[in-house]
Design a protein around this ligand. Structure first.
Ligand code: F6P
Length: 329
């Protein structure tokens, strides 16, 4: 870290941006409490970058974050700001932060939110990013806040759907969130004992990847089937229709939708979010900015924001292979 990147920071703003994720509140609490501990003033910004542009900014205290660690969603509210994606939006956002005399911003969100944070940093506004999205699709980190809670919600939904699929001897196609990534689908496919799991990272063939496994299971004596489809693949209704037409098995499709984003965060999300929030403040207290907090294995680390945004992570091929092996009846 060069000395030129360091400056004294006394007043910090914090916002949540993009799709909400369980654990965002725990991260906010981490930032506020660790900030107060280090004698910083912390300001909450409502509705993400939209609220920054509008100056919806007010000081927080220890009490402002009481009783929020167990709550899903984000008490700061969130938005996907189109205006902030433009150079003029970034200029106006920085100007508003200066009106409130904010020395730095903590941005809690996913990849899109980090691009806004990087643009602000390039424009001269010091920032730190904390990765939070149920999709786990941020390249620089092994883990994003909200991912574990969402997967547990999906796992419970699959278990319920499986009970009725078993009783009626049906096939159920379950579409799960993840934007263009298959992390939720793949892990929940394994956890839910799915017969097949279709993810955007891999091309699929309906006969090879869905029909054959279903028929192999049926011929081995099975009478209920779960097929997980990631939203990045989509078309779960059509896939269900094709399964029915080709196999004659009664098949329905369930799109789990936004229930996957809500709910009280799991222990993993609460702890990860708390550690990340505290780490962000520890950097700011040292005058270090332009960083993204990340998890590497079980460790909380920080990375240069420009480099972090260039990083890519691959889906785990071993997990894909294992999922196929274990689904063979
Ligand atoms: O990024 C989180 C996520 O829930 C994705 O899985 C999904 O594609 C998207 O957000 C949905 O966004 P919205 O709630 O704006 O429709």
């Amino acid at each position: 870290m060069s000395e030129s990147n360091k400056k004294e920071i006394r007043r910090i703003g914090v916002l949540t941006s993009g799709g909400d994720a369980p654990g965002m509140n725990a991260a906010l609490r981490g930032v506020v409490r660790a900030g107060l501990y280090r004698k910083l003033q912390v300001f909450g910004i409502q509705r993400g970058y939209e609220g920054l542009l509008e100056g919806e900014i007010s000081e927080m205290n220890a009490h402002s974050v009481s009783n929020i660690i167990s709550r899903g969603g984000t008490v700061l509210l969130t938005a996907r700001s189109k205006e902030f994606a433009t150079p003029e939006g970034v200029r106006r956002g920085k100007a508003m932060a200066e009106i409130f005399k904010l020395d730095a911003l903590v941005v809690i969100g996913g990849d899109g939110s980090f691009r806004g944070a990087r643009d602000l940093h390039r424009a001269g506004m010091p920032v730190i990013g904390i990765p939070a999205t149920i999709d786990n699709d941020v390249g620089c980190t092994d883990y994003t806040i909200g991912y574990d809670t969402a997967m547990n919600t999906v796992k419970e939904a699959i278990d319920r759907i499986k009970d009725t699929a078993y009783s009626h001897e049906r096939c159920s196609v379950v579409e799960v969130m993840g934007r263009n990534a298959g992390y939720i689908a793949l892990n929940c496919g394994i956890a839910g004992g799915a017969e097949a799991c279709i993810i955007p990272e891999k091309d699929f063939d309906i006969n090879e990847d869905i029909i054959k496994p279903i028929l192999a299971c049926r011929n081995a004596g099975k009478h209920h089937y779960i097929i997980i489809v990631a939203e990045g693949v989509g078309g779960s209704m059509e896939i269900a229709q094709q399964i029915k037409e080709i196999t004659g098995i009664t098949t329905n499709a369930t799109i789990l939708g936004h229930q996957q984003r809500g709910g009280s965060p799991t222990v993993r999300d609460r702890v990860a979010a708390s550690l990340m929030g505290a780490k962000a403040v520890s950097l700011l207290a040292q005058g270090i900015t332009g960083r993204v907090i990340a998890m590497k294995g079980e460790s909380v680390v920080d990375l240069d924001i420009e480099e972090a945004l260039e990083m890519k992570k691959d889906i785990d091929e071993h997990l894909i292979e294992t999922s196929k092996i274990l689904s063979l009846y």
